[in-house]
Write a protein that binds this ligand. Structure first.
Ligand code: ADP
Ligand code: ASP
Ligand code: MG
Length: 430
């Protein structure tokens, strides 16, 4: 008998009838002769609603209390899913992340899973129960506090459970039929990918394609767990996230040009902001002081650009992007440095967006950047910043240009499907 690990996202358990539908699907997997373990997200947009509520009570809630609040969302859905299963005549046991043995570091709000000790899950399976685990949460080994894994973290719970239980695959059920060449909410002509490598999926997730949590893809790659992303609203086969770009046919061979698409997809991200430090003295060590202060404040930067210094003044500007949620912390950390470094001023812009083109084939196909930029130019989109990796090109544009930039890029690379196949079954896209 195999172990099946499934994950249902918030849009798949948004109300009572959705929960009953999901319960029927879970029971099908059990009836097929499997041991079934399910990670569930909070219902619908309830995590956002809890965050809104917290901000009405306090503009900067203590991180520990925020985690206590947010983990309640998954606790509600896990118990309701278990009840709906028992109503179908099957027995289910729900467990919080802590009860399920999800052990994390102690960073509230973006904790990392460091171990999974699934003793209680194995016992419950052994007794014939279906196991439902609250996603997105764990318990810190050091502090014994309850932690959360960051937005979208239930995907990571599911993959970590699949790895700990030695499952063959982790099924991620959501409100679209798989991973598409762009967010189908923005590009209705997006195409479903049958398969995507871990590396390409990592770049897509890191660049804002929230269909999968970044850590979940890292975890799956490290533990060699294939992920099957599919819809809980249809029976269609979804997208398999598996394999490495290193195993693709050798670039330049006939096999590679026949089988391998150059581009996996276009991702966008509206969650970043841009900070510019204006008038930094152009001498050794100044950039280091700025970035040390940001690192001490635990801020992860994305793109960094330093202008050539103006000859007359010997001053330069340094710009970087970072999560909007860290914007105020970063500005405070830099303001404290102004007299020591001697820069002129700080600028903060949160009306930006990032658009990224991702594909293993760009390693061997020249001209991808030129095509990307001319597509943007034809759509009248101005480029603010640029960064690249081996299989990705990203640009920062103004926030209102994001949709147009994604659509233009999708068309420029001939990704548009002839007939619209993308269906968005539910969810608010929030
Ligand atoms: P869940 O509630 O199931 O976790 P999410 O809202 O987190 O679902 O993720 C699913 C959403 O991800 C889709 O509804 C879609 O709008 C968005 N999305 C962004 N990029 C992509 C992509 N490349 N392929 C598919 N969906 C994407
Ligand atoms: N409920 C959490 C969120 O909305 C975790 C998840 O859905 O994966 O981010
Ligand atoms: Mg999600």
């Amino acid at each position: 008998m195999g172990i099946v690990v499934q994950k249902y996202g918030g849009s798949s358990v948004s109300d009572a009838s959705a929960i009953k539908r999901v319960a029927r699907r879970i029971v099908e997997a059990k009836k097929a002769g499997n041991d079934v373990v399910v990670a569930v997200s909070a219902m619908g947009d309830s995590t956002d609603e809890l965050l809104d509520l917290a901000s009405q009570v306090s503009p900067l809630p203590p991180a520990r209390e925020l985690d206590m609040l947010l983990t309640s969302g998954e606790r509600i859905s896990m118990a309701l899913v278990a009840m709906a299963i028992s109503d179908l005549g099957y027995s289910a046991r729900s467990f919080t992340g802590s009860q399920a043995g999800v052990i994390t570091d102690s960073v509230h709000g973006k904790a990392k899973i460091i171990d999974v000790t699934p003793g209680r899950i194995s016992d419950a399976l052994g007794e014939g129960h279906i196991v439902i685990v609250a996603g997105f949460q764990g318990v810190s080994a050091d502090t014994k506090e309850i932690t959360t894994l960051g937005r979208g973290g239930t995907d990571t719970t599911a993959v970590a459970l699949a790895a700990a239980l030695d499952a063959d695959v982790c099924e991620i059920y959501t409100d679209v039929d798989g991973v598409f060449t762009a967010d189908p909410r923005i590009v209705p002509a997006a195409r479903k990918l049958d398969r995507v490598t871990y590396e390409e999926m990592l770049e897509l997730a890191a660049c804002g394609a929230k269909i999968l949590h970044l850590r979940c893809v890292e975890y799956a790659r490290n533990h060699d767990i294939p992920i099957h992303v599919r819809s809980s609203f249809s029976q269609l086969d979804g997208t398999w996230v598996t394999g490495s770009i290193d195993d693709l046919p050798e670039p330049g061979t006939q096999e590679s040009s026949m089988e391998q698409a150059i581009i996996a997809g276009v991702a966008h991200d509206r969650s970043e902001a841009k900070v510019t430090v204006v008038g930094v003295p152009d001498k050794v060590g100044e950039a280091a002081r700025i970035f040390e202060a940001l690192s001490a404040a635990q801020i992860n930067l994305d793109m960094i650009v330093q202008n050539v210094s103006a000859a007359a003044t010997n001053l330069t500007d340094i710009s970087f992007t970072l999560p909007r949620s860290d914007g105020q912390t970063a500005m405070a950390a830099l303001a404290g440095l102004q007299s020591a470094v001697g820069f002129d001023s700080l600028l903060y812009d949160d009306h930006i967006g990032k658009v990224s083109l991702i594909g293993a084939g760009m390693r061997s196909h020249p001209g991808v950047t030129a095509k990307f930029f001319s597509g943007l130019a034809q759509a009248g989109v101005n480029i603010g910043m640029i960064s690249t990796s081996e299989i990705r090109i990203s640009v920062v544009v103004s926030e209102e240009d994001v949709d147009a930039a994604v659509a233009a890029t999708h068309t420029a690379f001939d990704l548009d499907a002839d007939e619209v196949e993308a269906v968005v079954y539910g969810g608010s896209g929030r």
